[in-house]
Design a protein around this ligand. Structure first.
Ligand SMILES: *Cc1c(COP(=O)(O)O)cnc(C)c1O
Length: 352
């Protein structure tokens, strides 16, 4: 008898998340996972590694709360933003019964986490302006525990409209949580929805150190919500989610120096992004450059597959979204270094 048949039916049917790392490729320029091009320098004190760490290291919680302008009771530290997404689903959704709403095309982990936990997925696709279809979502609320929005949206880059979001939050009162995933908010901090938290107890934000802070390898993220929501998540989170070295490095990243480094990195990336998008928009093979609000830009080329292959041949690994509905010929380019952006433009200029 095969071991596989012993696994839960749900798990047997799963296709694992196709992360940029898993898809891989042979390249020397990695622009497929929205990682930062540099990580920074950190010190480690190993004298306490014999002890179990705090479940919620207070110096990390307090530093992030101060940075985000919220209170410590509104915050949960997790193993990346992804663990926050998974915890929300495991805490609020009854397997085999409840649903989440996603608005495709969007970040893949909402659906993966739901599927792994036997929770249903209702897709209410983005409308023609690539905004959430707020009326469509509201119509599904009876049947839904969590609505996942992403702002800036990965991969399209669009920001969720605040007026529509408020309307959804009003409709969701007492019925469902509304999660706004702000993994990329440092690249456009003026658009955070954090100021709505006080008015809407069912609003949840997801944040991470993986993108603007340059620490994807650290696995550290944050869930921001009403203290009642945080209290429920704390019942489900494992006892020692944040390893001691992670807490130490996260605290350094959130110090005044760390925040200054992050803001300088963001300024550099945003500048490179402006230059890249201007040059892309003038290129005859480029049909559309989507809203560039994160550290990436989604581009529709006239012949996406051929261009993706040419880039790969030149050692430049990008992320292909062509198979997603509405994203034919679309490729997402992470903003890397100046040299990496020049390499991308070089390949684009070459005759085929
Ligand atoms: C990268 C990302 C995350 C979380 O990443 P972690 O590395 O798990 O913190 C969450 N949401 C979106 C949209 C992302 O792109």
């Amino acid at each position: 008898m095969s071991i596989t048949l012993l696994a839960r039916k749900q798990v047997q049917a799963l296709t694992p998340y196709q992360s940029a790392r898993r898809i891989g490729g042979h390249g020397h320029i990695w622009l497929n996972a929205n990682e930062a091009a540099d990580s920074g320098e950190y010190q480690l004190d190993c004298s306490r590694l014999n002890r179990y760490p705090e479940c919620q290291p207070p110096h990390v919680v307090n530093a992030y709360a101060a940075y985000a302008g919220v209170s410590a009771e509104q915050l949960l530290v997790t193993r990346g933003g992804d663990e926050g997404i998974e915890l929300l689903i495991r805490t609020f959704c009854e397997p085999g019964q409840d649903n989440i709403v996603i608005c495709s095309p969007t970040y893949g982990m909402y659906a993966i986490s739901a599927e792994t936990n036997g929770v249903g997925i209702i897709d209410v696709p983005l409308n023609n302006q690539r905004q959430p279809d707020f009326d469509g979502i509201i119509a599904k609320l009876n049947n839904t525990k969590i609505v996942f929005l992403c702002s800036p949206n990965n991969p399209t880059g669009d920001l969720v409209d605040s007026t529509g979001l408020r309307r959804l939050l009003d409709a969701a009162k007492g019925r469902a949580l509304v999660v706004v995933d702000e993994a990329y908010i440092e690249f456009c901090p003026e658009f955070t929805q954090a100021d709505l938290l006080d008015d809407y107890p069912q609003l949840v934000l997801i944040r991470t150190l993986s993108k603007a802070f340059g620490l994807a390898g650290l696995r550290c993220g944050f869930t921001i919500a009403n203290p009642e929501v945080i209290g429920l998540l704390l019942k489900v989170i494992p006892p020692y989610p944040i390893p001691e070295p992670v807490a130490q490095i996260a605290a350094q990243a959130l110090s005044d120096t760390g925040l200054a480094t992050m803001r300088a990195r963001v300024a550099d990336i945003n500048q490179l992004k402006v230059t890249l998008t201007e040059q892309l928009r003038q290129h005859p093979q480029v049909q559309e450059v989507f809203a560039p609000n994160g550290n990436y830009v989604l581009v529709r080329f006239s012949q996406g597959a051929a261009l993706f292959a040419r880039m790969a041949k030149a050692g430049i690994i990008l992320r292909d979204f062509a198979s997603r509905p509405g994203l034919a010929d679309c490729i997402r380019i992470t903003i890397g270094t100046q040299t990496e952006m020049d390499a991308v433009l070089d390949v684009l200029q070459q005759e085929q």
